[in-house]
Design a protein around this ligand. Structure first.
Ligand code: ARG
Length: 461
């Protein structure tokens, strides 16, 4: 019959609707192998504490091995009567080890410390996968930057033409943000490197079990310092949800640009057929669905973070069943990123840039006006006045319907005598870009440095 972990005190089993509300195996079954790993470690500390004989330990470990292979092969699965993954696996153990031996394993542990430990384990594995997927996107960005060392485009603020920049500079800016997302996951991992196992329900165990030994076996640096905190805290979960939501937001900023660049009006890019979709009615359509799904998934990841924070808010210490609601948003965020990251990497890696179109637009909208002002500053003019002079150049050029470089020597001299024809050295896109040559700037030598830095961080990372 069904295993009820609290049989003694109850005269009847749960009502059907109670059991349906309570059940979590349809999502927490993902933790099955982590639960079994925890059971092995727990069996060993029970042995060290003298609560199992060597023979009993061997019997439990053999039963856990059989249970694990049955879980992996799918011959053992949870039933509707199993409340959660922990209960289901206890049933599986009792079926394999017999209830006398199997019934010994539960001493000194609680599902509260089990689940808190297993969520950390699952998320730490997931974080490594998300980081790998993110680095593949960084690699796609750096590959495009490398393929286009000279391509230029109008850099924008307020979506308006601002100053010309190298395409590689722009792509590597996205790479920087993604490398910080990876850093954030690593930093989170260091804080999450503590095992709650041994906290029991909340107060710790009287059975002389060694939490640090369990921690070490499960791949943690140490056990938590406080058993109440061990079962009550989920800031590791919320922080993870933030780190991946931020990643989603950074991906959606790339995606939004790809969507705009892909319009007929911009005409900067053509998406590869493998990373675009068609329309069921309009034969000419080639849609940027990867980018749009990235934008959409970002909303979902933000929702998962907000929902989780709302779940945690105002929960008293220590464990409350509300905490079971931490799982679905976290599993969902990871699963969405596992779908999204390879597609974003593929889309970026294969997109064709129309560099002549971007080059043609780079000086449009008077993007070289700042170059005139900064050239005047180098001639000793105060920036306040230089800004005005350059502004007058824009006004005259706009009135005459020409670009700044097309102003005649006479027109320049009439605006201000200090505007000699020498100013023309910065009135080209290449001259403007080459002049921004301090660290971090858009000059080709500096962008080559940045490319190097990103490559090194993503490889050493
Ligand atoms: N399934 C629960 C969770 O995910 C763990 C079980 C603890 N249940 C309990 N009634 N104390 O958080």
């Amino acid at each position: 019959g069904p295993v009820q972990l609290w049989g003694g005190r109850f005269a009847s089993g749960p009502a059907e609707a109670m059991a349906a509300l309570s059940a979590s195996t349809h999502f927490d079954w993902r933790l099955a192998r982590h639960d079994i790993a925890g059971s092995r470690a727990h069996a060993r500390v029970l042995r060290s504490a003298g609560l199992l004989t060597e023979e009993e330990l061997a019997g439990l470990l053999a039963a856990l091995d059989r249970l694990e292979s049955d879980v992996v092969s799918g011959t053992f699965t949870p039933t509707v009567a199993d409340e959660d993954v922990h209960t289901a696996l206890e049933r599986g153990l009792l079926e394999r080890a017999g209830s006398d031996l199997g019934g010994k394993l539960r001493a000194g542990r609680s599902r509260n410390d089990q689940v808190a430990t297993q969520m950390r384990m699952w998320l730490r594995d997931a974080a490594r996968g998300v980081a790998r997927g993110t680095l593949a996107v960084v690699d796609a960005l750096t590959a495009q930057a490398e393929r286009h060392p000279d391509a230029v485009l109008p850099g924008r603020t307020h979506l308006q033409h601002a100053q010309p920049v190298l395409l590689a500079h722009h792509l590597l800016a996205h790479a920087q943000a993604l490398l910080r997302d990876v850093d954030r996951l690593r930093d989170w991992d260091r804080r999450t490197d503590e095992s709650p196992y041994g906290s029991g329900a909340l107060a710790g165990s009287s059975l002389d079990l060694d939490p640090d030994a369990v921690a070490a076996e499960l791949g943690f640096a140490r056990a938590v310092d406080n058993s109440i905190d061990g079962v009550a805290s989920r800031d590791f979960a919320a922080e993870f949800a933030f780190a991946v939501a931020m990643l989603g937001v950074n991906l959606s900023r790339i995606a939004e640009e790809v969507i705009i660049w892909n319009t007929a009006e911009f005409g900067y890019v053509t998406l590869d057929d493998a990373w675009a979709t068609g329309s069921s009615i309009m034969p000419q359509k080639k849609n940027p669905d990867v980018a749009e799904l990235a934008r959409g998934k970002a909303g979902r990841l933000i929702g998962n973070l907000s929902g989780l924070l709302a779940t945690l808010k105002a929960q008293t210490l220590a464990y409350n069943r509300d905490l079971q609601e931490d799982k679905e948003p976290l599993f969902d965020s990871v699963e969405q990123l596992e779908l999204l990251l390879p597609a974003i990497a593929g889309m970026i890696d294969t997109v064709a840039f129309h560099t002549e179109r971007m080059a043609e637009l780079a000086p449009a909208g008077f993007t070289l006006a700042t170059d005139i002002a900064e050239w005047l500053v180098r001639q000793g003019v105060a920036f306040r006045r230089a800004h005005e002079i350059s502004g007058e150049c824009v006004r005259v050029a706009e009135r005459n319907g020409v670009g700044l470089a097309e102003l005649t020597d006479e027109e320049l001299g009439a605006i201000d005598p200090r505007l000699t024809p020498d100013v023309r050295e910065v009135l080209t896109v290449a001259g403007s870009i080459a002049s921004r040559d301090a660290r971090g700037g858009t000059a080709p030598t500096r962008v080559a440095e940045q490319l190097d830095g990103v490559r090194r961080r993503s490889a050493g990372a």
